[in-house]
Design a protein around this ligand. Structure first.
Ligand SMILES: Cc1cc2nc3c(=O)[nH]c(=O)nc-3n(C[C@H](O)[C@H](O)[C@H](O)COP(=O)(O)OP(=O)(O)OC[C@H]3O[C@@H](n4cnc5c(N)ncnc54)[C@H](O)[C@@H]3O)c2cc1C
Length: 278
């Protein structure tokens, strides 16, 4: 017999999670696909959909605090997210189609940990912090240390992801989100990238951050390419060096969606496209 707990208070959720083997369900758009494809249902399920306090979006100084239960539709329509994290809006618009955007949550995308999760390169490029809670209290984990391997995270069984702290995009900063898939909607990414950069009037890159998905076992930051570009002036030669560096830095595979070769070529093309804008 399966038991589904439905809670309205965080403390109730923490208490249930302190029991053994409880599976959290938020929007269910990842989990229900797993279970309907043959995976057996867990004995205890904690439904957090009614934890409305995890749906808030607030400005906290230099950060936007986004609750883990925020759906993509909520992110797409929120004026603060549009202003301070426009590429999170761009990413949200590419996820599934309207039905999934209404039900799928940012927290679910993060904890599910698919390397093709479309919000993840944005969160990596923004160096967000994750707020995680349990009966033991609240801790913060840098997003770029959250994944320990393919679909593996540092989240303990008794913990809930509460939200993310996203540093607000600066006025001089430009960010872009690119998703390459088979279709414009309902497509799993072949390559997904988020770029952030501050470039001055002399075309010198003062700051750049690059997050990538679908090109490694987890979402990654392209630290070697960032090192090549930080402080450099954008020239034709630099763009070509960045194209080569980025396509070599990733570790893509051949799978049913694409090939290693295609992913390397496309990733190189996307950094060239981004840098040519300046
Ligand atoms: C038709 C379809 C199209 C899709 N298209 C895309 C797409 O284009 N891009 C994309 O990235 N994804 C896509 N997805 C996947 C999915 O919609 C997203 O990953 C979504 O964000 C998952 O959120 P959820 O709330 O439904 O997660 P759930 O299915 O409820 O949970 C997913 C995982 O996260 C855990 N979890 C959820 N919330 C918390 C929390 N607060 N604390 C602790 N653990 C938690 C659950 O235990 C589970 O392991 C698609 C899915 C479908 C069915």
């Amino acid at each position: 017999m399966n038991t589904v707990y439905s809670v309205k208070e965080l403390n109730e959720a923490y208490k249930i999670l302190s029991q053994e083997s409880v599976k959290v369900i938020a929007g269910g758009t990842d989990l229900m696909v797993f279970y309907s494809s043959g995976l057996s249902l867990p004995k205890k399920i904690l439904d957090i959909w009614q934890l409305n306090e995890l749906r808030n979006i607030n400005e906290e100084g230099d950060y936007l605090k986004i609750g883990s239960l925020c759906t993509y539709t909520q992110l797409i329509n929120d004026e603060r997210v549009k202003h301070f994290a426009p590429c999170l809006v761009s990413a949200s618009k590419t996820i599934g189609a309207v039905q999934i955007q209404n039900r799928g949550t940012l927290g679910g995308n993060i904890v599910n940990g698919s390397p093709a999760g479309d919000s993840l390169p944005v969160l990596a490029a923004f160096d967000v912090k994750l707020e995680i809670g349990s009966l033991n209290g609240i801790r913060q984990v840098p997003f770029n240390s959250f994944y320990t391997g393919y679909r593996q995270t540092v989240l303990a069984e008794n913990e809930l992801l509460l939200g993310i702290l996203l540093p607000k995009q600066k006025d001089r900063e430009k960010s872009e989100f690119y998703k390459v898939g088979t279709r414009a909607a309902q497509a799993i990414s072949k390559v997904v990238i988020a770029f952030r950069a501050i470039v001055n009037a002399e075309k010198k890159i003062e700051f750049i951050a690059i997050g990538l998905g679908s090109v490694a076992p987890t979402v990654i930051r392209a630290t070697k390419t960032e090192t090549l570009l930080n402080g450099a002036e954008i020239t034709f030669d630099l763009i070509e060096q960045a194209r080569v560096q980025l396509s070599q830095e990733i570790v893509p595979i051949d799978d049913i969606r694409s090939t290693e070769h295609y992913r390397r070529v496309v990733t190189g093309n996307l950094i060239a496209k981004f840098l040519r804008v300046f």
